[in-house]
Design a protein around this ligand. Structure first.
Ligand code: PMP
Length: 296
């Protein structure tokens, strides 16, 4: 459960009990999906509780708000302080943080008349679990950059993600893979994708996807480990023929893929580059040295 009777959240300028926080039923966000959120993880590291890539997440939250006209009167420093206090007040160390910016009552389709900030936190295991995933190509396409600002993490965009995930699950798969409007692969409903072919990682270029902070971290780690990464438009057939495939995201972390549309890949996961990256990522978030690491 995300909260109980004791859970403390930060909401509109104060630390309050989650069950006593009151939103306004006329909030613009509630009616139109016009809000912005983030998903961040904190880890119990060798150096104490640390929020991973907090600056990057709050930079993206500012970008998202500015992109769609929601006022953003916050500094990263203030948001990071509040986030640590939410963790501390709830006695959390390994936890997921959910900042959300909502807009006050406004029934017209005009830009936000103010910003309301919520920061909640809860314990959340690996979002997609630990087992290798069976993916299904979605019949829904990823939202188009011609219709939305896809780089912004806007609440309403996630109806697209909900449709895709639910469809995949209803068909007996673990998760969906969405194509972009041109038919190239885009991303999962809440995670980016990498494929391995001939000792090189490939990932969809920016343009139709959320620029994931984990995606950027995977690219960083790969550079450190001397693994080539190429960002480009990728066709479904290239995924079917991949040596290995993985998804990555803050909530999902790094998770291997067993099959896409029931087609499996050339390499066993344990021998894949993804397994090496997964191990390195875990060490990085725990503030341990991750260079010269091996998967086993
Ligand atoms: N794509 C989508 C659609 C997402 O919702 C997420 C999760 N925020 C990601 C990718 C991964 O982004 P990040 O690594 O920043 O969590």
């Amino acid at each position: 459960m995300y909260y109980n009777e004791e859970t403390i959240i930060y909401y509109n300028g104060a630390f309050v009990k989650a069950i006593e926080a009151n939103g306004n039923v006329y909030d613009q966000t509630l009616h139109y999906g016009y809000g912005v959120f983030e998903g961040i993880r904190a880890y119990d590291t060798a150096n104490g509780v640390r929020i991973f890539k907090a600056q990057e997440h709050f930079d993206r939250m500012r970008f998202s708000c500015e992109a769609i006209g929601i006022p953003y009167p916050y500094s990263n420093a203030e948001l990071i302080d509040i986030s640590y206090e939410v963790l501390q007040r709830n006695n959390l160390s390994d936890a997921y943080l959910r900042p959300l910016v909502t807009c006050p009552p406004n029934m017209s389709l005009t830009k936000g008349r103010g910003a309301q900030l919520l920061i909640a936190a809860w314990e959340w295991g690996a979002y997609l679990g630990e087992k290798l995933l069976r993916l299904k190509t979605s019949s829904y396409r990823r939202i188009s950059p011609k219709n939305f600002i896809v780089e912004a993490k806007v609440s309403g965009h996630y109806v697209n993600s909900i449709l895709a995930t639910q469809e995949a699950k209803d068909l007996g798969y673990d998760e969906a893979l969405l194509l972009d409007m041109e038919g190239f692969i885009a991303e999962g409903p809440g995670a980016n994708i990498f494929i391995e072919k001939d000792q090189t990682l490939y990932t969809p270029q920016l343009g139709s996807i959320l620029p994931g902070i984990t995606r950027a971290t995977v690219i960083e780690i790969s550079k450190e480990l001397g693994i080539p990464v190429i960002e480009k438009q990728i066709r479904l057939e290239e995924v079917y023929n991949a040596d290995s495939v993985f998804l990555c995201g803050t909530a999902a972390e790094i998770i291997g893929v067993e099959s896409l549309d029931d087609q499996t890949f050339q390499k066993p996961w344990s021998e894949s580059i993804g397994a090496v990256i997964k191990h390195a990522y875990k060490n990085l978030v725990l503030e341990k040295d991750y260079k010269n690491v091996h998967a086993h």
